[in-house]
Design a protein around this ligand. Structure first.
Ligand SMILES: C[S@@+](CC[C@H](N)C(=O)[O-])C[C@H]1O[C@@H](n2cnc3c(N)ncnc32)[C@H](O)[C@@H]1O
Ligand code: SF4
Ligand code: SF4
Length: 366
């Protein structure tokens, strides 16, 4: 099914209004603004074993606690009734470990909710590719860290991972496809010089963009270890290399290569790479913008702080207004962590929303 323009306009209007109110909401608790960044994690389980991530250590038994398809459909209806049209991010662990993802995307579409997903590209045999082509999904992102298969595979803990991504992209990237295809790439010191080449590859393939995420402490591990980067094989603290790499990446963005991060965010990334635990002078908006729903229905505002409720027990709207959420917002105010410069805290610019764009555009202008 194509995009419903009326739904997208009211969707963008919703998002525009919420995002404009965020600074005030941030100062005064925030519950009066509805969240604009909704993610549902379908599972914490994963079939790969990336050294940068802890999700793959989730035992298989966790499957028993995951929301069922019916529970997820009820949740979608509650969210739609509360939020109006919105964009739902489907993530994991590896989201394609749950075949129900296709029914969920259909249901979201029926309710006027747009969907995007990020995946590791390793669970897309021809049958799944055909399902994606027929599904009303709006954006599918592939996590690719390097164009050299050996280097990418090393960051994913599995030989053959890169080739599977290249094959899936080739199969899905047909002329006139109605969904966007992007890359999600970890910005690591050790590969920084290679990143403009990846952006050029995205442009040459006719894909819709590449989004960089800073290398941070292990995804899915809430027990932050100070100084973790000193042990990471992917960290490089050569200041000249970092400055040269970030200058080249910003120049690539300004020259119109399809990088979706803003120049402003890339300057924060540079500062972070040079001083990963140093102060970052921007507010963290997760308390007024984010609703992260985990596979068992647990809801968090910040993904490493305590939960604020569970959708199995409460309507998401009531969780948003709960005393726990209020407490967590206070805690977020006092937090000084550097993960505020992650891409989820640098969401789509207001101008691009006003132009009616559903996702951050990679037009070299922002
Ligand atoms: C946790 S994964 C979940 C979705 C899916 N399994 C995938 O890899 O695309 C979401 C994103 O986090 C990225 N990621 C993993 N570890 C990271 C880290 N330590 N720092 C920053 N990003 C990380 C992955 O590359 C991926 O793009
Ligand atoms: S980053 Fe994604 S593919 Fe890698 S272990 Fe984590 S969840 Fe799995
Ligand atoms: S900066 Fe603090 S509040 Fe924000 S996401 Fe990181 S840990 Fe959470």
């Amino acid at each position: 099914m194509g995009l419903n323009l009326a739904a997208i306009n009211s969707l963008n209007l919703n998002k525009l209004l919420r995002r404009s109110l965020e600074p005030v909401a941030y100062r005064f608790d925030g519950a009066f603004v509805k969240p604009s960044n909704i993610t549902l994690s379908l599972t914490n389980r994963c079939n790969l074993a990336c050294p940068t991530c802890a999700f793959w250590k989730t035992p298989n038994e966790a499957k028993e606690t995951e929301l069922t398809l019916d529970e997820m459909k009820t949740l979608l209806a509650q969210l739609r009734e509360w939020l109006g049209p919105f964009v739902l991010g489907l993530t994991g662990g590896e989201p394609f470990l749950r075949p129900e993802i296709f029914d969920l995307i259909d249901e979201a579409d029926r309710l006027g909710i747009r969907t995007m997903t990020v995946n590791n590209g390793s669970l897309l045999p021809p049958r799944r590719i055909e399902q994606i082509k027929k599904s009303p999904i709006d954006l599918i992102s592939f996590s690719l860290n390097h164009l050299d298969p050996a280097i990418h595979d090393e960051t994913r803990g599995h030989p053959g991972s890169a080739e599977k991504i290249f094959k899936a992209i080739e199969d899905l990237n047909y002329p006139g496809r109605p969904f966007k295809i992007t890359l999600s790439t970890i910005l690591m010191g050790y590969s920084i010089d290679h990143l403009p080449d990846m952006a050029r590859w995205v442009r040459d393939k006719g894909l819709d963009g590449i989004t960089f995420q800073i290398l941070y402490f292990e995804s899915g591990n809430d027990d932050y270890e100070p100084g973790w980067f000193k042990k990471s094989p992917y960290w490089d603290d050569d200041a000249d290399k970092i400055n040269r790499g970030m200058d080249a990446l910003i120049a690539a963005r300004k020259s119109g290569l399809p990088i979706t991060n803003s120049v402003e965010q890339m300057e924060y990334m540079r500062r972070y790479l040079l001083d990963p635990e140093g102060p970052q002078d921007i507010p963290c908006k997760v308390g007024v913008a984010n609703l992260d729903i985990e596979p068992d229905g647990t809801v968090r505002l910040c993904d490493v702080m305590d939960a604020v409720g569970n959708v199995r027990e409460m309507h998401p709207r009531d969780i948003w207004h709960s005393a726990q959420a209020h407490e967590r917002r206070k805690q977020i105010h006092g937090c000084g962590a550097a993960c505020r410069i992650k891409t989820c805290n640098f969401r789509q610019p207001l101008l691009s929303l006003a132009k009616g764009q559903l996702f951050p555009a990679a037009d070299g202008q922002q």
